[in-house]
Design a protein around this ligand. Structure first.
Ligand code: AMP
Length: 391
């Protein structure tokens, strides 16, 4: 299934190892917020240190526009990582060029160096050969452990492998194993839960899963476009008019696999304090909008989930950010947590929702990648993974 070399397949002793990590974490006033992504990379970093490598880490952070921007410096990450490793983390103020080269050159086995934000160079996202070559010149081996960016062919994820032998880190391996296996060799029944705002982001995923899954449970704003395709009046609900035809096609080819909500929780405005009413599925009254799935839908979905062998979930069932419209998402999270299925959850919003619901510890695998996990569900090959050496 996972046929790429990993760090256990190579000798790293005495070698300089460039590791692409996903340290794209929130930072504010010089401090790191949620550090889940940093913690997720620790097993790889620790393994490399214990096996005598000199570890050079690089990552992007945020979306700097075309050049260095102090708002997106990796410096707070260096400090935070140092605390987690309980060891010094050296820092270079650029990821390529003389300062990075000097810092990498003097780095010894067992030491860690973090390079400044790779996206301070616009060449990063262009997968520029020259930037890739300069990055590669810092080390002898490349390790990709950045699952969250593995769906992008950038200089630090793909280009660099043209100049250095590339292998996978533990996090990348784990993510691909869980997500890849869930889709390619699921324990059946295989149930996919898809929600979130828009259907247009997930058309490829629905198509792929219609071929692979036994049931697809739809919720969130994207259900509205299906309802519109069935001729229901959606009033002020979020609907993607440009996707109505596609929704019709998907329904026609669904073979009974697509499940839509049977009731709805309506709000009179898009607001945490909105007035609320629950109704069976039907025309939405003027002045109202669907903001969550209703209790009958939760019960019906929970029944399907309770019999599942594998569950994959991407996208919340409603506007869970407003507590009174979070019940649908929490109810489904509870059902997934209580089922004995292998459960894999991906996507920033869905992960936040499941964490808020208090059920996260009962999920088999929570992915660190949003876009990358969606592309895996879509059955696509991630360029950052394809570029690594085969076993
Ligand atoms: P996505 O990034 O596509 O997974 O969408 C996540 C967002 O979808 C969340 O921030 C939710 O608030 C939003 N969402 C879920 N259900 C609805 C709905 N019925 N109407 C509007 N937005 C929704």
């Amino acid at each position: 299934m996972f046929n790429k070399k990993t760090i256990v397949d190579i000798d790293v002793k005495g070698k300089k190892v460039l590791v692409r990590v996903d340290f794209n974490v929130p930072t504010k006033e010089g401090k790191v917020g949620d550090d889940t992504r940093i913690r997720a990379a620790l097993p790889t970093i620790q393994y490399l240190l214990e096996h005598g490598a000199a570890v050079i880490l690089c990552s992007h952070l945020g979306r700097p526009k075309g050049g260095p921007d102090p708002k997106y410096t990796m410096q707070p990450v260096a400090q935070h990582l140092s605390g987690l490793l309980n060891a010094p983390v050296l820092f270079a103020d650029d990821c390529i060029g003389p300062n990075a080269e000097a810092a990498a050159k003097s780095l010894k086995s067992g030491q860690v160096l973090l390079l400044e934000n790779t996206r301070f160079h616009p060449e990063e996202e262009k997968n520029d050969e020259n930037m890739a070559r300069q990055l590669a010149s810092l080390a002898e081996i490349f390790v990709n452990d950045a699952f969250g960016t593995a769906h992008r062919a950038h200089a630090s994820t793909e280009g660099v492998t043209h100049y250095l032998p590339g292998v996978a880190g533990f996090l990348l391996e784990k993510e691909i194993r869980y997500l890849g296996q869930a889709v390619a060799e699921p324990k059946r029944p295989f149930v996919a839960i898809l929600g979130g705002a828009k259907i247009s982001d997930k058309i490829g995923v629905i198509r792929n899963l219609l071929a692979k899954a036994d049931h697809i449970l739809i919720g969130g704003g994207m259900a509205n476009t299906f309802f519109k395709a069935q001729g229901l009046e959606m009033a002020d609900s979020l609907v993607e008019d440009t996707a109505v035809e596609t929704a019709k096609e998907l329904l026609a080819m669904s073979g009974g696999k697509l499940h839509l909500p049977v009731d709805m929780v309506l709000g009179d405005k898009f607001d945490a304090e909105a007035a609320l009413q629950t109704a069976d599925l039907g025309n939405v009254p003027a002045g109202w909008r669907i903001l969550d799935i209703g209790p009958k839908t939760v019960a019906a979905y929970a029944d399907v989930i309770s019999k599942a062998g594998t569950v994959v979930w991407n996208g919340p069932m409603g506007v869970f950010e407003f507590p009174r419209f979070a019940e649908g998402t929490y109810g489904v999270a509870k059902a997934v947590a209580e089922s004995s299925a292998i459960s894999v959850i991906g996507g920033g919003e869905s992960v936040a929702a499941v964490q808020q619901s208090g059920q996260a510890s009962k999920i088999t695998h929570i992915s660190t990648g949003g876009g990358a996990s969606l592309e895996m569900l879509e059955g696509l090959v991630l360029p950052g993974v394809a570029a690594l050496q085969d076993k």
